[in-house]
Design a protein around this ligand. Structure first.
Ligand SMILES: Nc1nc2c(ncn2[C@@H]2O[C@H](COP(=O)(O)OP(=O)(O)OP(=O)(O)O)[C@@H](O)[C@H]2O)c(=O)[nH]1
Ligand SMILES: [Mg+2]
Length: 400
Protein backbone atom coordinates (compact mmCIF):
# COMPACT_ATOMS: atom_id res chain seq x y z
CA UNK A 1 0.00 0.00 0.00
CA UNK A 2 1.37 3.37 -1.04
CA UNK A 3 -0.05 6.26 0.99
CA UNK A 4 0.41 9.94 0.11
CA UNK A 5 -0.81 13.26 1.38
CA UNK A 6 -1.91 16.11 -0.87
CA UNK A 7 -2.68 19.71 0.01
CA UNK A 8 -4.84 21.76 -2.32
CA UNK A 9 -7.08 24.81 -2.35
CA UNK A 10 -10.25 22.84 -2.81
CA UNK A 11 -11.59 19.29 -3.16
CA UNK A 12 -11.57 19.28 -6.96
CA UNK A 13 -7.96 20.39 -7.13
CA UNK A 14 -6.96 17.78 -4.53
CA UNK A 15 -8.72 14.99 -6.41
CA UNK A 16 -7.05 16.10 -9.66
CA UNK A 17 -3.63 15.92 -7.92
CA UNK A 18 -4.39 12.45 -6.54
CA UNK A 19 -5.54 11.19 -9.91
CA UNK A 20 -2.55 12.65 -11.72
CA UNK A 21 0.03 11.27 -9.33
CA UNK A 22 -1.51 7.99 -8.16
CA UNK A 23 -3.92 7.11 -10.93
CA UNK A 24 -7.63 6.32 -11.04
CA UNK A 25 -7.18 3.27 -8.74
CA UNK A 26 -6.27 5.49 -5.80
CA UNK A 27 -8.57 5.37 -2.77
CA UNK A 28 -9.20 8.46 -0.68
CA UNK A 29 -8.59 7.63 2.97
CA UNK A 30 -9.31 10.95 4.55
CA UNK A 31 -10.03 14.61 3.80
CA UNK A 32 -9.85 17.42 6.27
CA UNK A 33 -9.61 21.18 6.27
CA UNK A 34 -6.34 22.63 7.52
CA UNK A 35 -5.00 26.14 7.92
CA UNK A 36 -1.50 27.09 6.74
CA UNK A 37 0.55 29.49 8.89
CA UNK A 38 -0.34 33.11 8.10
CA UNK A 39 2.19 35.07 5.97
CA UNK A 40 2.85 38.82 5.70
CA UNK A 41 1.27 38.90 2.27
CA UNK A 42 -2.02 37.71 3.79
CA UNK A 43 -4.31 35.65 1.56
CA UNK A 44 -6.42 32.60 2.17
CA UNK A 45 -4.70 30.06 4.44
CA UNK A 46 -7.49 27.47 4.32
CA UNK A 47 -6.52 24.27 2.49
CA UNK A 48 -7.89 20.79 1.92
CA UNK A 49 -5.63 17.94 2.99
CA UNK A 50 -6.34 14.64 1.26
CA UNK A 51 -4.72 11.34 2.20
CA UNK A 52 -4.89 8.77 -0.59
CA UNK A 53 -3.62 5.24 -1.04
CA UNK A 54 -3.00 2.91 -3.92
CA UNK A 55 -2.33 -0.82 -3.80
CA UNK A 56 1.29 -1.83 -4.58
CA UNK A 57 0.03 -4.84 -6.50
CA UNK A 58 -2.10 -2.75 -8.84
CA UNK A 59 -0.61 -2.35 -12.32
CA UNK A 60 1.55 0.73 -12.58
CA UNK A 61 -0.48 3.77 -13.46
CA UNK A 62 0.19 5.44 -16.77
CA UNK A 63 -1.41 8.85 -17.31
CA UNK A 64 -3.87 8.82 -20.19
CA UNK A 65 -1.72 11.04 -22.31
CA UNK A 66 1.10 8.42 -22.28
CA UNK A 67 -1.01 6.04 -24.37
CA UNK A 68 -0.83 6.67 -28.04
CA UNK A 69 -4.44 6.73 -29.05
CA UNK A 70 -4.05 8.88 -32.13
CA UNK A 71 -5.91 7.56 -35.05
CA UNK A 72 -7.96 5.13 -32.96
CA UNK A 73 -10.78 7.64 -32.59
CA UNK A 74 -11.18 6.73 -28.91
CA UNK A 75 -9.79 9.85 -27.25
CA UNK A 76 -13.19 11.40 -26.69
CA UNK A 77 -14.65 8.14 -25.40
CA UNK A 78 -11.64 7.63 -23.14
CA UNK A 79 -12.05 11.07 -21.60
CA UNK A 80 -15.76 10.61 -21.13
CA UNK A 81 -15.27 7.25 -19.37
CA UNK A 82 -12.51 8.63 -17.21
CA UNK A 83 -14.73 11.52 -16.16
CA UNK A 84 -17.60 9.20 -15.37
CA UNK A 85 -15.39 6.89 -13.27
CA UNK A 86 -14.06 9.88 -11.39
CA UNK A 87 -17.57 11.14 -10.67
CA UNK A 88 -18.63 7.69 -9.43
CA UNK A 89 -15.57 7.46 -7.19
CA UNK A 90 -16.24 10.88 -5.74
CA UNK A 91 -19.88 9.98 -5.11
CA UNK A 92 -18.89 6.71 -3.40
CA UNK A 93 -16.30 8.48 -1.33
CA UNK A 94 -18.89 11.05 -0.22
CA UNK A 95 -21.29 8.29 0.87
CA UNK A 96 -18.62 6.47 2.87
CA UNK A 97 -17.30 9.67 4.37
CA UNK A 98 -20.75 10.72 5.48
CA UNK A 99 -21.60 7.35 6.93
CA UNK A 100 -18.58 6.33 8.95
CA UNK A 101 -15.70 8.71 8.36
CA UNK A 102 -13.12 6.24 9.68
CA UNK A 103 -10.05 5.62 7.47
CA UNK A 104 -9.30 2.29 9.21
CA UNK A 105 -12.42 0.82 7.62
CA UNK A 106 -10.57 0.50 4.29
CA UNK A 107 -7.88 -1.81 5.65
CA UNK A 108 -9.57 -3.76 8.39
CA UNK A 109 -11.75 -6.66 7.32
CA UNK A 110 -13.10 -7.12 10.86
CA UNK A 111 -14.27 -3.50 11.01
CA UNK A 112 -15.96 -3.89 7.64
CA UNK A 113 -17.73 -6.99 8.95
CA UNK A 114 -18.89 -5.09 12.01
CA UNK A 115 -20.11 -2.24 9.81
CA UNK A 116 -22.22 -4.71 7.82
CA UNK A 117 -23.69 -6.16 11.03
CA UNK A 118 -24.46 -2.77 12.55
CA UNK A 119 -26.13 -1.62 9.35
CA UNK A 120 -28.09 -4.86 9.23
CA UNK A 121 -29.25 -4.21 12.81
CA UNK A 122 -30.63 -0.90 11.49
CA UNK A 123 -28.41 1.30 13.65
CA UNK A 124 -28.10 5.02 13.00
CA UNK A 125 -24.88 6.08 11.26
CA UNK A 126 -23.69 8.19 14.23
CA UNK A 127 -24.10 5.21 16.54
CA UNK A 128 -22.32 2.92 14.06
CA UNK A 129 -19.43 5.35 13.92
CA UNK A 130 -19.19 5.48 17.72
CA UNK A 131 -19.22 1.67 17.97
CA UNK A 132 -16.62 1.30 15.22
CA UNK A 133 -14.27 3.81 16.83
CA UNK A 134 -14.54 1.88 20.08
CA UNK A 135 -13.82 -1.30 18.12
CA UNK A 136 -10.67 0.28 16.67
CA UNK A 137 -9.51 1.34 20.12
CA UNK A 138 -10.27 -2.05 21.68
CA UNK A 139 -8.51 -3.81 18.79
CA UNK A 140 -5.44 -1.70 19.44
CA UNK A 141 -5.58 -2.65 23.11
CA UNK A 142 -6.15 -6.36 22.59
CA UNK A 143 -4.41 -6.88 19.28
CA UNK A 144 -6.52 -9.90 18.40
CA UNK A 145 -9.76 -10.35 16.48
CA UNK A 146 -12.81 -11.61 18.31
CA UNK A 147 -13.88 -15.26 17.82
CA UNK A 148 -17.35 -14.45 16.50
CA UNK A 149 -17.90 -11.17 14.75
CA UNK A 150 -21.68 -11.32 14.91
CA UNK A 151 -21.69 -12.19 18.61
CA UNK A 152 -19.21 -9.42 19.26
CA UNK A 153 -21.20 -6.85 17.24
CA UNK A 154 -24.33 -7.88 19.15
CA UNK A 155 -22.61 -7.65 22.53
CA UNK A 156 -21.28 -4.20 21.73
CA UNK A 157 -24.76 -2.88 20.95
CA UNK A 158 -26.30 -4.57 23.99
CA UNK A 159 -23.60 -3.19 26.27
CA UNK A 160 -24.89 0.31 25.45
CA UNK A 161 -28.44 -0.45 26.57
CA UNK A 162 -29.44 -0.33 30.21
CA UNK A 163 -32.11 -2.59 31.58
CA UNK A 164 -33.78 -1.71 34.85
CA UNK A 165 -32.11 -4.05 37.32
CA UNK A 166 -35.04 -5.53 39.17
CA UNK A 167 -38.73 -5.69 38.63
CA UNK A 168 -39.64 -3.09 41.24
CA UNK A 169 -43.19 -4.31 41.67
CA UNK A 170 -43.13 -6.37 44.83
CA UNK A 171 -40.26 -4.63 46.71
CA UNK A 172 -41.65 -2.64 49.66
CA UNK A 173 -43.89 0.39 49.09
CA UNK A 174 -43.52 1.78 45.64
CA UNK A 175 -45.31 4.50 43.71
CA UNK A 176 -45.27 4.50 39.94
CA UNK A 177 -46.43 7.19 37.58
CA UNK A 178 -47.01 6.82 33.86
CA UNK A 179 -46.11 9.82 31.77
CA UNK A 180 -45.87 10.34 28.05
CA UNK A 181 -47.35 11.61 24.81
CA UNK A 182 -51.03 11.08 24.06
CA UNK A 183 -52.34 7.66 23.13
CA UNK A 184 -49.09 5.72 23.59
CA UNK A 185 -50.71 3.21 25.95
CA UNK A 186 -50.06 4.66 29.43
CA UNK A 187 -53.39 3.61 30.94
CA UNK A 188 -53.32 0.16 29.36
CA UNK A 189 -49.75 -0.45 30.55
CA UNK A 190 -50.62 0.77 34.04
CA UNK A 191 -53.57 -1.66 34.11
CA UNK A 192 -51.29 -4.56 33.07
CA UNK A 193 -48.77 -3.83 35.83
CA UNK A 194 -51.48 -3.14 38.41
CA UNK A 195 -53.02 -6.52 37.60
CA UNK A 196 -49.62 -8.20 38.06
CA UNK A 197 -49.28 -6.49 41.44
CA UNK A 198 -52.86 -7.01 42.68
CA UNK A 199 -53.73 -10.40 41.20
CA UNK A 200 -50.36 -12.01 40.46
CA UNK A 201 -48.42 -10.90 43.55
CA UNK A 202 -51.43 -10.32 45.81
CA UNK A 203 -50.14 -6.91 46.89
CA UNK A 204 -52.47 -4.25 48.24
CA UNK A 205 -52.67 -2.02 45.19
CA UNK A 206 -54.06 1.46 44.64
CA UNK A 207 -54.87 3.23 41.40
CA UNK A 208 -54.92 7.01 41.18
CA UNK A 209 -55.79 8.97 38.09
CA UNK A 210 -54.79 12.52 37.40
CA UNK A 211 -56.43 12.27 34.01
CA UNK A 212 -59.62 14.23 34.48
CA UNK A 213 -59.00 15.73 31.07
CA UNK A 214 -61.04 13.25 29.09
CA UNK A 215 -64.46 12.04 30.22
CA UNK A 216 -63.72 8.45 29.18
CA UNK A 217 -60.36 8.36 30.99
CA UNK A 218 -61.78 7.93 34.52
CA UNK A 219 -64.31 5.30 33.46
CA UNK A 220 -61.52 3.38 31.64
CA UNK A 221 -59.63 3.04 34.95
CA UNK A 222 -62.82 2.51 36.97
CA UNK A 223 -63.52 -0.57 34.88
CA UNK A 224 -60.03 -1.96 35.48
CA UNK A 225 -60.22 -1.16 39.23
CA UNK A 226 -63.61 -2.91 39.52
CA UNK A 227 -62.39 -6.04 37.72
CA UNK A 228 -59.26 -6.23 39.90
CA UNK A 229 -61.17 -5.37 43.07
CA UNK A 230 -58.85 -2.51 44.01
CA UNK A 231 -59.53 1.14 44.96
CA UNK A 232 -59.33 4.03 42.51
CA UNK A 233 -58.83 7.64 43.60
CA UNK A 234 -59.23 10.70 41.40
CA UNK A 235 -56.95 13.67 41.99
CA UNK A 236 -56.96 17.00 40.21
CA UNK A 237 -53.90 18.59 41.84
CA UNK A 238 -50.76 17.81 43.87
CA UNK A 239 -52.51 18.27 47.22
CA UNK A 240 -55.28 15.78 46.35
CA UNK A 241 -52.66 13.37 45.07
CA UNK A 242 -50.78 13.44 48.40
CA UNK A 243 -54.03 13.06 50.33
CA UNK A 244 -55.03 10.02 48.23
CA UNK A 245 -51.66 8.35 48.82
CA UNK A 246 -51.82 9.02 52.59
CA UNK A 247 -55.41 7.80 52.80
CA UNK A 248 -54.34 4.40 51.48
CA UNK A 249 -51.20 4.10 53.60
CA UNK A 250 -51.63 0.32 53.71
CA UNK A 251 -51.28 -0.03 49.92
CA UNK A 252 -47.86 -1.34 49.01
CA UNK A 253 -48.09 -0.42 45.36
CA UNK A 254 -49.56 2.77 43.95
CA UNK A 255 -50.06 3.36 40.23
CA UNK A 256 -50.68 6.92 39.05
CA UNK A 257 -52.10 7.56 35.61
CA UNK A 258 -51.64 10.91 33.93
CA UNK A 259 -53.26 12.57 30.94
CA UNK A 260 -51.29 12.33 27.73
CA UNK A 261 -49.30 15.48 27.02
CA UNK A 262 -48.07 16.74 23.72
CA UNK A 263 -44.29 17.12 23.90
CA UNK A 264 -44.88 20.59 22.39
CA UNK A 265 -46.95 21.79 25.36
CA UNK A 266 -44.25 23.08 27.63
CA UNK A 267 -46.71 24.44 30.18
CA UNK A 268 -48.49 21.08 30.56
CA UNK A 269 -45.18 19.35 31.20
CA UNK A 270 -44.13 21.98 33.78
CA UNK A 271 -47.43 21.41 35.61
CA UNK A 272 -46.76 17.70 35.63
CA UNK A 273 -43.42 18.34 37.31
CA UNK A 274 -45.11 20.26 40.15
CA UNK A 275 -47.53 17.40 40.75
CA UNK A 276 -44.77 14.90 41.28
CA UNK A 277 -43.08 16.49 44.22
CA UNK A 278 -44.78 13.88 46.39
CA UNK A 279 -42.49 11.14 47.61
CA UNK A 280 -38.99 9.70 47.29
CA UNK A 281 -40.61 6.34 46.59
CA UNK A 282 -41.96 7.69 43.28
CA UNK A 283 -40.63 6.14 40.09
CA UNK A 284 -41.85 7.77 36.88
CA UNK A 285 -42.03 5.76 33.69
CA UNK A 286 -41.83 7.59 30.40
CA UNK A 287 -44.08 5.56 28.14
CA UNK A 288 -43.17 5.68 24.45
CA UNK A 289 -44.51 3.90 21.41
CA UNK A 290 -42.15 1.68 19.40
CA UNK A 291 -43.98 2.80 16.25
CA UNK A 292 -42.44 6.30 16.49
CA UNK A 293 -39.36 7.21 14.50
CA UNK A 294 -36.01 7.87 16.15
CA UNK A 295 -36.25 11.68 15.96
CA UNK A 296 -39.71 11.74 17.51
CA UNK A 297 -38.54 9.49 20.35
CA UNK A 298 -35.56 11.75 21.04
CA UNK A 299 -37.79 14.81 20.94
CA UNK A 300 -40.37 13.36 23.35
CA UNK A 301 -37.60 12.27 25.71
CA UNK A 302 -36.03 15.71 25.69
CA UNK A 303 -39.33 17.43 26.44
CA UNK A 304 -40.42 15.08 29.22
CA UNK A 305 -37.06 15.17 31.00
CA UNK A 306 -38.39 18.18 32.94
CA UNK A 307 -40.14 15.52 35.04
CA UNK A 308 -37.59 13.23 36.74
CA UNK A 309 -37.94 10.08 34.63
CA UNK A 310 -36.78 6.82 36.22
CA UNK A 311 -36.98 4.52 33.20
CA UNK A 312 -38.71 3.88 29.89
CA UNK A 313 -41.54 1.60 28.86
CA UNK A 314 -41.97 0.81 25.18
CA UNK A 315 -45.43 -0.08 23.88
CA UNK A 316 -46.91 -1.28 20.60
CA UNK A 317 -44.01 -3.52 19.68
CA UNK A 318 -46.59 -5.69 17.96
CA UNK A 319 -47.42 -2.82 15.60
CA UNK A 320 -43.84 -1.77 14.85
CA UNK A 321 -42.54 -3.39 11.66
CA UNK A 322 -39.13 -1.98 12.44
CA UNK A 323 -37.80 -1.93 16.01
CA UNK A 324 -34.56 -0.13 15.13
CA UNK A 325 -35.81 3.38 16.12
CA UNK A 326 -36.43 2.04 19.63
CA UNK A 327 -33.04 0.26 19.74
CA UNK A 328 -31.26 3.38 18.45
CA UNK A 329 -33.04 5.40 21.11
CA UNK A 330 -32.08 3.03 23.94
CA UNK A 331 -28.46 2.84 22.76
CA UNK A 332 -28.19 6.62 22.83
CA UNK A 333 -29.88 7.19 26.22
CA UNK A 334 -28.43 6.83 29.71
CA UNK A 335 -31.64 5.69 31.37
CA UNK A 336 -32.81 2.08 31.58
CA UNK A 337 -35.80 0.44 29.94
CA UNK A 338 -38.22 -1.49 32.18
CA UNK A 339 -40.95 -3.13 30.10
CA UNK A 340 -42.01 -3.99 26.58
CA UNK A 341 -45.70 -4.03 25.76
CA UNK A 342 -46.77 -5.91 22.68
CA UNK A 343 -50.58 -5.88 22.53
CA UNK A 344 -53.87 -4.66 23.92
CA UNK A 345 -54.63 -7.63 26.14
CA UNK A 346 -54.61 -6.83 29.86
CA UNK A 347 -52.62 -8.19 31.68
CA UNK A 348 -50.92 -10.66 29.29
CA UNK A 349 -49.30 -8.47 26.65
CA UNK A 350 -46.34 -7.13 28.60
CA UNK A 351 -42.92 -8.42 29.57
CA UNK A 352 -39.99 -7.28 31.65
CA UNK A 353 -37.38 -5.78 29.31
CA UNK A 354 -34.32 -7.95 28.78
CA UNK A 355 -31.17 -7.98 26.68
CA UNK A 356 -32.24 -11.36 25.34
CA UNK A 357 -35.39 -9.79 23.90
CA UNK A 358 -33.43 -6.89 22.39
CA UNK A 359 -30.90 -9.34 20.92
CA UNK A 360 -33.70 -11.24 19.21
CA UNK A 361 -35.05 -7.94 17.78
CA UNK A 362 -31.60 -7.02 16.44
CA UNK A 363 -31.15 -10.44 14.87
CA UNK A 364 -34.54 -10.35 13.22
CA UNK A 365 -33.67 -6.91 11.78
CA UNK A 366 -30.46 -8.43 10.43
CA UNK A 367 -32.32 -11.39 8.97
CA UNK A 368 -34.77 -9.02 7.24
CA UNK A 369 -31.93 -6.98 5.79
CA UNK A 370 -30.29 -10.14 4.46
CA UNK A 371 -33.56 -11.30 2.92
CA UNK A 372 -33.83 -7.93 1.18
CA UNK A 373 -30.31 -8.41 -0.18
CA UNK A 374 -31.23 -11.82 -1.56
CA UNK A 375 -34.40 -10.37 -3.11
CA UNK A 376 -32.35 -7.61 -4.72
CA UNK A 377 -29.91 -10.20 -6.07
CA UNK A 378 -32.78 -12.10 -7.63
CA UNK A 379 -34.04 -8.95 -9.32
CA UNK A 380 -30.71 -7.59 -10.52
CA UNK A 381 -28.83 -10.86 -10.88
CA UNK A 382 -25.63 -11.38 -8.86
CA UNK A 383 -23.35 -9.74 -11.40
CA UNK A 384 -25.28 -6.49 -11.72
CA UNK A 385 -26.07 -6.16 -8.01
CA UNK A 386 -25.30 -2.71 -6.56
CA UNK A 387 -21.95 -2.87 -4.78
CA UNK A 388 -20.65 -1.42 -1.53
CA UNK A 389 -23.74 -1.41 0.69
CA UNK A 390 -25.47 -4.43 -0.76
CA UNK A 391 -25.76 -6.11 2.65
CA UNK A 392 -27.77 -3.33 4.12
CA UNK A 393 -31.45 -2.75 4.35
CA UNK A 394 -32.63 0.37 2.57
CA UNK A 395 -34.52 2.27 5.17
CA UNK A 396 -34.61 5.96 6.01
CA UNK A 397 -31.80 6.92 8.32
CA UNK A 398 -33.30 9.11 11.03
CA UNK A 399 -31.37 12.11 12.18
CA UNK A 400 -29.70 12.88 8.86
N1 LIG B 1 -51.23 -2.79 19.50
C1 LIG B 1 -51.08 -2.28 20.73
N2 LIG B 1 -51.98 -1.42 21.21
C2 LIG B 1 -51.80 -0.94 22.44
C3 LIG B 1 -50.70 -1.28 23.25
N3 LIG B 1 -50.80 -0.60 24.41
C4 LIG B 1 -51.93 0.12 24.32
N4 LIG B 1 -52.54 -0.06 23.15
C5 LIG B 1 -53.77 0.54 22.63
O1 LIG B 1 -53.54 1.91 22.39
C6 LIG B 1 -54.73 2.66 22.58
C7 LIG B 1 -54.46 3.80 23.56
O2 LIG B 1 -54.16 3.22 24.81
P1 LIG B 1 -54.29 4.03 26.17
O3 LIG B 1 -53.78 3.13 27.26
O4 LIG B 1 -55.64 4.60 26.35
O5 LIG B 1 -53.25 5.18 25.87
P2 LIG B 1 -52.91 6.44 26.79
O6 LIG B 1 -51.47 6.74 26.60
O7 LIG B 1 -53.39 6.20 28.17
O8 LIG B 1 -53.79 7.56 26.06
P3 LIG B 1 -54.13 9.02 26.64
O9 LIG B 1 -54.49 8.85 28.07
O10 LIG B 1 -55.28 9.46 25.80
O11 LIG B 1 -52.93 9.86 26.41
C8 LIG B 1 -55.77 1.66 23.09
O12 LIG B 1 -56.54 1.24 22.01
C9 LIG B 1 -54.91 0.50 23.61
O13 LIG B 1 -55.60 -0.74 23.58
C10 LIG B 1 -49.74 -2.21 22.70
O14 LIG B 1 -48.72 -2.56 23.31
N5 LIG B 1 -49.97 -2.68 21.44
MG1 LIG C 1 -54.70 7.27 29.37
Amino acid sequence: MNIKRFIARNNQEALRMVKKEMGPEAVILRTRTIHLPKTDSGGDTKRIEVTAAVDYDAPAFKPANEYDLTGLGVNEEWRRLEKEIQEIKEALFCIQEREVRIPEIYFNRELRGRLTNYKGFGLHSDIIRRLLIEGVEDGQKQGKPSPSLLQDSLNRVLSKIQIEKANRVGRGRAIYSFIGPTGVGKTTTLAKLAATSALGQRKKTLLITLDTFRIAAVSQLQTYARIMGIPLEIATNGKELKTAIQKHGDCETVFIDTAGRSPNQDQDIQELKKLFDISDALHSYLVLSATCDFNNLLYADKRFQTVPIGSYIFTKLDEADDTSPMVNFLVSRQKPVSYFSFGQQVPEDIEVASKKKIASMLLSELRESMKNTVRRENVYGPSSRPTGHSQTKSKPNPGQ
